[in-house]
Structure formats: structure tokens, C-alpha cells
Design a protein around this ligand. Sequence first.
Ligand code: IPM
Ligand code: MG
Length: 364
Amino acid sequence: MKRRILLLPGDGIGPEVVREAKKVLEVVGKRYALQLEFREANLGGAAIDVEGTAYPASTRAAAREADAILLGAVGGPQWDSLPAAQRPERGLLAIRADLDLFCNLRPALLFPELAGASSLRAERVAGLDVLIVRELTGGIYFGEPRGISVREDGVREGINTDRYDENEIRRIGRLAFEAARKRGGRLCSVDKANVLEVTMLWREVMESLRPEFPDVSLSHMYVDNAAMQLVREPKQFDVIVTGNLFGDILSDTAAMLTGSIGMLPSASLNASSAGLYEPVHGSAPDIAGEDKANPLATILSAAMLMRYSLDESEAANDIERAVADVLSAGKRTGDIATNEAEEAVIGTRAMGDAVVSALSYEGE
Ligand code: IPM
Ligand code: MG
């Protein structure tokens, strides 16, 4: 059976990190005889330059046909002056909406070797393993009305709308409960229910799911407190479920705890098994093309792709083990280097090669 993987390298460091992850996918694909078929399409700024729009029809067609999608990153200063509706980021939001990828999984896992690179003291983060479940196709990112307009009194006004209906909350809630059930059994729902009605409903619906999951303990936390707790005592969390905007912010915070945002993968899933996999980090235009980017977040996203869309958990485990091996061998890209004597700082390509050779299937 052919598995169609669509690569969307995107902008900035996107093409470099996707190239490395593709090498890794090819090696495990061969090992497990997976018949992977790669296609490539444009998204974001790259698509604007070639096809005039951030999510062109050609990309949409390829995305709808794919079994899984691997994305690099979108955005960059050269497109920053475009009107909001034409920016590269809109391409990313459009593909998430188009494929109904409402469930975004962002695991923040600390590799023991990187405890020294964390923004917190090593003992605070040792063993850290938090899963952030972010709602990805609703909330203030998509709510209408939105826009910037000139009011009757001549003053300009910007508007966005935070809205969720109970079905949207229930479906992400159920997946988060299920994820918690498979892990430590603790789910923390993050909201701002002391101020925002939309999140009062969020809390009510989360609470209403409790009887379906008697084996999961549910707690609630306001987002300001959650931000504080994440940098104070992050190990108190197992699974966090939250809306689109809070999830965006908290996942970057969680990323820093693990040493670098260059380490964090993500999976965006819909109700069927097709999914989009991307590193949590952005396009890092300042280091694009310099062979400095850390490809591990994208390589770990490729592992999630194997697990969730292709149902190849052994291949996923192999990739994750290879990444751990490379780190314990002291190989580091600049972002995760801590200047310890045993560490070797290497580039994007060399890091991808190191993961490939750590897979060491040769001679089997
Ligand atoms: C992310 C990114 C995106 C988001 C941007 C690039 C639109 O920050 O995936 O976290 O805000 O969702
Ligand atoms: Mg973000």
C-alpha cells in the first residue's frame, strides 16, 4: 500500500529542516517496507512568491489527497508588509481549517542530556513530560467579526472575536481526556473563566465530560496562573487542554523548559487519521540558509507522523530513540549547546546525518 506524504517546506529554515526529516523518513520507510511516496507543494511565503497566494489550489488538492503532511515553517520579514489576509501565516491557518485539523498535540519532553539547556534549573525540569492539547481551528484565530475598520467617528478600530460552540469544545475535550487516560491520568483545562464567557462555557463543557472518564482526574486553571505554574513547577502537569490562543502561548513557554524550541514537534489531527506534522518553532529567517537550524523538532514531528497517521509505532520509536542516541553522543546544534567539553556543535545537515546513522539498520 502506497502512503502519500506531502512535504510543505515553506519559508526560512523550513526547507532545511524538512530536507533532514525526509532523509530520516526514507530510511525508516525502507526498513519497514512502507512504500512512501513523497510529493512537495508550496505554502506560506514560498507559495505567495510562486503562485500569488499562501494556500494555493494546487497545494489544497495535494493536501486533501495526502495520507500525512510534513510542514517546515511559514513567514518572514519580506511578507510582513502585506495586508493581514494575504500574509504567509494565513496559509497555515487555511490548511488547518480546510482539513479540519482541530486537535493539536504538542508534547514537551525533556531529553535528560538537555537539562542544562533549559531556562530553568535542571532539578526543576528533570523528567519533564507534558502534553499540551491545543484546539486549533476555532477561538479567536477564526472568530468573526474580525478586521480593522474606520469607525463613524473616524477612529480606526481592530476587532477579533473569541468564540467556541459546545460541540467544538466537546470534541477537543474528549481527545484530551483520552490522551490523559493513556498517560498519567491527569488533565488540566486552562481557561480565563473568571472574565471571558467563551471560556466559562469551555469550563462547563469540560466538567460535563468528567463522568465519561472516571479514571482521569480533571482540574481547571486560569491561564495567567498556568503560565506562572509552567515556569514555577512544570512537573505538576501531565496533559493540558486549552483553546487556540492560550495553547499557542503556553506551548512556546513549555518549549523553552525543554532546552530549546528547536526540539518540539507537533501533530495536528482531524477526525480521520490524516494529519499535519510540524515543528512548534517558526521560520527563523535570521539563520535561514546557514545550516544552523536544529532539525530535531521536524524529525520528531516525522516520528509523530509515523505513529498517528501511518500507524507505524515501531518506526516512530526508532526515530525517537535515534534522536536520544545522537544527543547522548554529545551532538548539538547551536541552540541546544551548553558549552560542555563533551559536546560537538554541528550544523543542520550533520545533525540529520547523525540521526540517520543512529538508526543503524545497515547490516541487519
Ligand atoms: C504556531 C504558530 C502559528 C500559530 C502562526 C505561525 C500562525 O505560532 O503554530 O504556534 O499562531 O498557530
Ligand atoms: Mg506559536
